[in-house]
Write a protein that binds this ligand. Structure first.
Ligand SMILES: NC(=O)c1ccc[n+]([C@@H]2O[C@H](COP(=O)([O-])OP(=O)(O)OC[C@H]3O[C@@H](n4cnc5c(N)ncnc54)[C@H](O)[C@@H]3O)[C@@H](O)[C@H]2O)c1
Length: 225
C-alpha cells in the first residue's frame, strides 16, 4: 500500500490525466476534497477510508476504488495522508494552477465573496472585481479596485481570467454571462437565481445557497446554445 505524490522526481505525473478518469469518479472528487479540507481544518493528518467515505457521504468501497484511479491506496493501519490526498485531488482537478477569477456584482454578496479567503486556499485567485454602478467603481476591497463592467474585455485578457463569478441580480445575470463569454471566460459560477444560457464548451454552475457551495461540478444548470 502506498501513496504517490502528484509529480515524481522524473517530472512525470503519477496520477492519470483528467480525461482518463471515469466521469463518475471525477464528479465525486470535489466532494472528497471538501471533506478532506474539513478534516485538515479540524487538525486531522490522516483519515481512514471509512472516515473519509462517511465525511463525503459515499460508501467506502466506492471511495477506495475512486482513489485507486489516482494511484492513492492509503497505508494499512494508518489510512490516507490528508494533505497529500488534497494535493493529488487538486492536481487532478487542475486546482493547483491558481486560476484567475473575475467577480461581477459587488453588492452584499459580492463584498462577502471578495473577502472570502477560501478561494485562495482552494486554487482560485480573485483577480478582478466589476460592477455596473458608477458609485461602486473605484472602491477598494481586499486590495482590489472595483472596475466598471465595460472594462471587462480588456482586463479579462490582461489578467487571463478563466472563471467568472456572477453576483448580480437575476435580471442582469444573462447579459453579464454573455459579456464574460465574449471576453473568453468559459467557466461561470452563478449566484443569481436563474438558469443561464451559455455556448457549447462553456460550463455554468449555479449556487443555490451557501450550504450548497461546492466546486464547479455541474453543467446541468445551464442551457447550451
Ligand atoms: N445576499 C445573499 O446572501 C445571496 C445569497 C445567495 C444568492 N444571492 C443572489 O446573488 C445576487 C446578488 O445578491 P446581492 O444581495 O449581493 O445583491 P446586491 O443588489 O446587493 O448587489 C448586486 C450588485 O450587482 C451590480 N450589478 C447589477 N447589474 C449589473 C451588471 N449588468 N453588471 C455588473 N454589475 C451589476 C449592482 O450594481 C450591485 O452592486 C442576487 O441575484 C441574489 O439573488 C444573494
Amino acid at each position: 500500500m502506498s501513496q504517490q505524490r502528484p509529480g515524481d522526481s522524473s517530472g512525470r505525473h503519477a496520477v492519470p490525466a483528467l480525461p482518463d478518469l471515469p466521469e463518475a469518479t471525477v464528479a465525486r472528487l470535489p466532494e472528497y476534497l471538501r471533506a478532506l479540507h474539513n478534516l485538515a481544518e479540524a487538525g486531522n493528518d490522516t483519515v481512514s477510508s471509512e472516515g473519509l467515505a462517511a465525511a463525503a457521504g459515499v460508501n467506502s468501497a466506492k471511495l477506495r476504488k475512486d482513489l485507486s484511479h489516482l494511484g492513492s491506496y492509503g497505508t494499512r493501519g494508518v489510512g490516507y495522508d490528508v494533505a497529500l490526498l488534497i494535493e493529488q485531488i487538486e492536481y487532478v482537478l487542475g486546482l493547483h494552477q491558481r486560476r484567475a477569477v473575475a467577480l461581477v456584482g459587488v453588492g452584499n454578496l459580492g463584498h462577502a465573496l471578495a473577502g472570502y479567503a477560501g478561494f485562495g486556499s482552494r486554487g482560485f485567485r480573485i483577480a478582478a472585481l466589476f460592477d455596473a454602478d458608477p458609485s461602486r467603481v473605484g472602491e477598494r476591497i481586499n486590495g482590489l479596485v472595483v472596475q466598471h463592467i465595460e472594462d471587462l474585455p480588456e482586463i479579462a485578457a490582461a489578467e487571463s481570467i478563466a472563471i467568472g463569478v456572477i453576483a448580480t441580480p437575476a435580471a442582469a445575470a444573462q447579459s453579464v454571462a454573455d459579456q464574460l463569454v465574449a471576453a473568453g471566460v468559459t467557466s461561470i459560477l452563478n449566484f443569481a437565481p436563474c438558469v443561464l444560457s451559455v455556448p457549447e464548451g462553456s460550463t455554468c454552475a449555479r449556487l443555490i445557497s451557501p450550504s450548497s457551495c461546492r466546486y464547479f461540478r455541474s453543467t446541468s444548470t445551464a442551457r447550451h446554445r
